[in-house]
Design a protein around this ligand. Sequence first.
Ligand SMILES: [Zn+2]
Length: 318
Amino acid sequence: MQSQFTNLLQLQRYFTDELVCVQYLEQSRWAGNPFCPHCGSEHHYRTKTRFKSPELKDYKDFRCKACDKKYTVLTGTIYESSKIPLKTWFAAVYLCTAHKKGISSHQLARDLGITQKTAWFVLHRVRAMLQENSPELLQGDVEIDETFIGGKELNKHKSDRAKNKKPNSLRTNNKTAVIGAVERDGKIMVKKLDRLGAKAMREFVTTNIDDSANIHTDEFGGYNQLERLGYNHQSVRHGVGEYVRGDVHTNTIEGAWSLLKRGIIGIYHSVSPKHLHRYCVEFEYRYNTRKIKDAERFADALKKTGNTRLPYKLLIAE
Ligand SMILES: [Zn+2]
């Protein structure tokens, strides 16, 4: 049941009908040990299916012996009660994770023959699934930096941004602050901030970075507290043209920011502050799996099937 495809065409040839998709998901989510998503019990029997699809007429639902509720591998997932075939979902997951800068809902709609509104919803659900629920703390040499997404800032060249003049209000000119930390040659964590204050930065650092890490930043005042928090911290002074001092620099995270911004400008044109955190998750996931092949990334993404559902009402209400 392992991936037998290395590109989208092969993927579509492999997932020919809904039964193959459901069986693949069962293996991916449960690895041979189905459990009840309602109570966690592994005791079950198989019973008549609820699926209307003719391709699934021979499939049997699970009924939990502990709580007596019915379930399938789709219960509690982003695919639950969806009218879109699973093979279309899988193609969307592949396209969303394989494209270096992401894919727009307009492009996805054209590629898969679905409406743009549906594609928009599908993409947001896929992003919700990609969210890392319990990420490991970053270690070693870790660079931290903040940046602003949206508004006029996007059109400015980096050198034009006065880094020592960061506004406290993050919604001025439609800009939203994002903070990120990256292990050199390792993983990245990116978070949208509502306020670029000392408290929010402290919270980001202490929940994402191991206290043994060597932290590299620019001279922004919010980082002065890092020593007090017990971190090894060194900074470069961008304000006076110092970008590298020995091995102290923030080049890795700056590179990641330009990747994130190129994706947002080039693919999505703009992102509303309301949904920015979802794009951050998508970016984070692609960055953190950059060393594996597209098909492996697809298989890895599908393992996260049980993560979340994200109903439409919740998505638009946020
Ligand atoms: Zn149960």
